[in-house]
Design a protein around this ligand. Structure first.
Ligand code: NI
Length: 184
Protein backbone atom coordinates (compact mmCIF):
# COMPACT_ATOMS: atom_id res chain seq x y z
CA UNK A 1 0.00 0.00 0.00
CA UNK A 2 1.31 3.44 -0.91
CA UNK A 3 1.57 5.78 2.05
CA UNK A 4 1.35 9.59 1.82
CA UNK A 5 4.61 11.39 2.62
CA UNK A 6 4.68 14.09 5.30
CA UNK A 7 6.04 17.42 4.12
CA UNK A 8 8.48 19.95 5.57
CA UNK A 9 6.91 21.88 8.44
CA UNK A 10 4.90 18.95 9.77
CA UNK A 11 5.60 18.53 13.51
CA UNK A 12 5.88 14.72 13.25
CA UNK A 13 9.06 15.19 11.18
CA UNK A 14 10.59 16.98 14.18
CA UNK A 15 9.82 14.41 16.89
CA UNK A 16 12.41 11.95 18.13
CA UNK A 17 11.41 8.40 17.18
CA UNK A 18 11.31 5.46 19.58
CA UNK A 19 12.45 1.85 19.39
CA UNK A 20 9.78 -0.79 18.85
CA UNK A 21 9.27 -4.32 20.20
CA UNK A 22 9.01 -7.37 17.91
CA UNK A 23 5.26 -7.54 18.52
CA UNK A 24 4.71 -4.13 16.95
CA UNK A 25 1.38 -4.53 15.12
CA UNK A 26 1.61 -5.37 11.40
CA UNK A 27 5.35 -4.70 11.29
CA UNK A 28 5.91 -6.76 8.14
CA UNK A 29 3.16 -4.96 6.27
CA UNK A 30 4.48 -1.59 7.41
CA UNK A 31 7.96 -2.43 6.09
CA UNK A 32 6.47 -3.60 2.77
CA UNK A 33 4.55 -0.32 2.55
CA UNK A 34 7.73 1.67 3.22
CA UNK A 35 9.58 -0.15 0.40
CA UNK A 36 6.66 0.32 -1.99
CA UNK A 37 6.25 4.01 -1.17
CA UNK A 38 10.00 4.63 -1.53
CA UNK A 39 10.07 2.90 -4.93
CA UNK A 40 7.00 4.67 -6.27
CA UNK A 41 8.47 8.04 -5.25
CA UNK A 42 11.90 7.17 -6.74
CA UNK A 43 13.49 7.60 -3.33
CA UNK A 44 16.89 6.38 -2.19
CA UNK A 45 15.47 5.88 1.29
CA UNK A 46 12.39 6.44 3.39
CA UNK A 47 12.10 6.73 7.16
CA UNK A 48 9.02 5.94 9.26
CA UNK A 49 8.52 9.54 10.48
CA UNK A 50 8.13 10.57 6.84
CA UNK A 51 4.93 8.51 6.71
CA UNK A 52 3.77 9.74 10.10
CA UNK A 53 5.11 7.06 12.43
CA UNK A 54 7.68 8.10 15.04
CA UNK A 55 9.42 4.72 15.25
CA UNK A 56 13.08 3.93 14.54
CA UNK A 57 12.74 2.24 11.15
CA UNK A 58 13.96 3.20 7.71
CA UNK A 59 14.48 1.50 4.37
CA UNK A 60 17.17 2.25 1.78
CA UNK A 61 17.77 1.39 -1.86
CA UNK A 62 21.12 2.56 -3.17
CA UNK A 63 20.88 0.82 -6.56
CA UNK A 64 20.50 4.18 -8.36
CA UNK A 65 24.11 4.93 -7.33
CA UNK A 66 25.54 1.62 -8.55
CA UNK A 67 27.37 3.29 -11.46
CA UNK A 68 29.34 5.54 -9.09
CA UNK A 69 29.64 3.04 -6.26
CA UNK A 70 29.23 -0.62 -7.28
CA UNK A 71 28.90 -1.59 -3.60
CA UNK A 72 25.46 0.03 -3.70
CA UNK A 73 24.08 -2.24 -6.44
CA UNK A 74 22.37 -4.56 -3.96
CA UNK A 75 22.10 -2.12 -1.07
CA UNK A 76 18.43 -2.60 -0.32
CA UNK A 77 17.72 -3.00 3.36
CA UNK A 78 15.52 -2.23 6.29
CA UNK A 79 17.02 -0.91 9.54
CA UNK A 80 14.90 -1.46 12.66
CA UNK A 81 15.72 0.16 16.02
CA UNK A 82 18.67 1.86 14.35
CA UNK A 83 21.30 3.51 16.53
CA UNK A 84 24.49 5.01 15.11
CA UNK A 85 27.29 4.22 17.57
CA UNK A 86 30.17 6.06 15.92
CA UNK A 87 30.88 8.42 13.04
CA UNK A 88 34.45 8.62 11.73
CA UNK A 89 36.41 9.19 8.55
CA UNK A 90 36.66 12.39 6.55
CA UNK A 91 33.75 14.75 6.12
CA UNK A 92 32.47 14.51 2.55
CA UNK A 93 30.01 16.84 0.85
CA UNK A 94 27.28 15.59 -1.48
CA UNK A 95 24.16 17.03 -3.02
CA UNK A 96 21.13 15.89 -1.01
CA UNK A 97 17.42 16.01 -1.46
CA UNK A 98 14.51 14.55 0.50
CA UNK A 99 11.02 13.33 -0.39
CA UNK A 100 9.72 15.50 2.49
CA UNK A 101 11.43 18.61 1.07
CA UNK A 102 10.49 18.44 -2.63
CA UNK A 103 12.43 20.52 -5.12
CA UNK A 104 15.40 21.41 -2.95
CA UNK A 105 18.89 19.98 -3.39
CA UNK A 106 21.84 21.26 -1.41
CA UNK A 107 25.37 20.19 -0.57
CA UNK A 108 25.62 18.59 2.88
CA UNK A 109 28.81 17.58 4.70
CA UNK A 110 28.75 14.25 6.54
CA UNK A 111 31.37 11.89 7.98
CA UNK A 112 32.27 9.10 5.58
CA UNK A 113 32.22 6.10 7.95
CA UNK A 114 29.63 5.03 10.49
CA UNK A 115 29.09 2.13 12.86
CA UNK A 116 25.44 1.31 13.42
CA UNK A 117 23.43 -1.17 15.49
CA UNK A 118 20.08 -2.30 14.12
CA UNK A 119 17.72 -5.24 13.78
CA UNK A 120 16.69 -6.86 10.52
CA UNK A 121 13.24 -8.15 9.57
CA UNK A 122 13.95 -11.47 11.29
CA UNK A 123 14.77 -9.48 14.46
CA UNK A 124 18.46 -10.45 14.36
CA UNK A 125 20.69 -7.77 15.84
CA UNK A 126 23.58 -6.45 13.74
CA UNK A 127 26.44 -4.10 14.44
CA UNK A 128 27.99 -3.07 11.16
CA UNK A 129 30.35 -0.52 9.65
CA UNK A 130 29.29 1.31 6.46
CA UNK A 131 31.28 3.78 4.37
CA UNK A 132 31.04 6.01 1.29
CA UNK A 133 27.66 6.16 -0.41
CA UNK A 134 26.07 3.68 1.98
CA UNK A 135 27.12 5.69 5.04
CA UNK A 136 25.78 8.83 3.40
CA UNK A 137 22.37 7.29 2.59
CA UNK A 138 22.06 5.84 6.09
CA UNK A 139 22.93 9.12 7.81
CA UNK A 140 20.30 11.03 5.87
CA UNK A 141 17.57 8.51 6.76
CA UNK A 142 18.83 8.19 10.33
CA UNK A 143 18.50 11.94 10.83
CA UNK A 144 14.75 11.55 10.30
CA UNK A 145 14.61 9.27 13.37
CA UNK A 146 16.09 12.08 15.45
CA UNK A 147 13.69 14.68 14.06
CA UNK A 148 16.34 16.21 11.79
CA UNK A 149 16.25 17.17 8.11
CA UNK A 150 19.14 17.71 5.72
CA UNK A 151 18.41 21.43 5.67
CA UNK A 152 19.42 21.57 9.36
CA UNK A 153 23.01 20.92 8.27
CA UNK A 154 23.21 24.00 6.04
CA UNK A 155 25.00 27.22 6.97
CA UNK A 156 22.95 30.05 8.52
CA UNK A 157 23.35 32.02 5.29
CA UNK A 158 22.13 29.14 3.13
CA UNK A 159 19.17 28.60 5.46
CA UNK A 160 18.27 32.27 5.16
CA UNK A 161 18.42 32.06 1.37
CA UNK A 162 16.14 29.02 1.38
CA UNK A 163 13.61 30.38 3.85
CA UNK A 164 11.01 31.47 1.30
CA UNK A 165 11.35 28.26 -0.69
CA UNK A 166 10.87 26.20 2.47
CA UNK A 167 7.85 28.27 3.48
CA UNK A 168 6.31 27.67 0.08
CA UNK A 169 6.90 23.93 0.43
CA UNK A 170 5.08 23.97 3.79
CA UNK A 171 2.18 25.73 2.07
CA UNK A 172 1.99 23.04 -0.61
CA UNK A 173 3.39 25.14 -3.45
CA UNK A 174 5.16 22.29 -5.25
CA UNK A 175 4.40 19.33 -7.47
CA UNK A 176 5.19 15.71 -6.70
CA UNK A 177 4.20 12.45 -8.34
CA UNK A 178 3.45 11.00 -4.88
CA UNK A 179 0.71 11.72 -2.35
CA UNK A 180 1.66 14.05 0.47
CA UNK A 181 0.42 15.32 3.83
CA UNK A 182 0.99 19.02 4.43
CA UNK A 183 1.53 20.61 7.83
CA UNK A 184 -1.62 22.18 9.21
NI1 NI B 1 14.81 12.51 3.76
Amino acid sequence: MLLPIYIYGHPLLRKESQDITPDYPDLKKFIDDLYQTMEEADGVGLAAPQVGKNIRIFVVDGSAFADDDPACADFRKVFINAHILERTGDAVSRSEGCLSVPGIHEEVWRPDIIRIRYRDEAWNEHEEVFSDTKAWIIQHEYDHLDGKLFTDHLSPLKKKLLKNKLNNISLGKFKTAYRVILPK
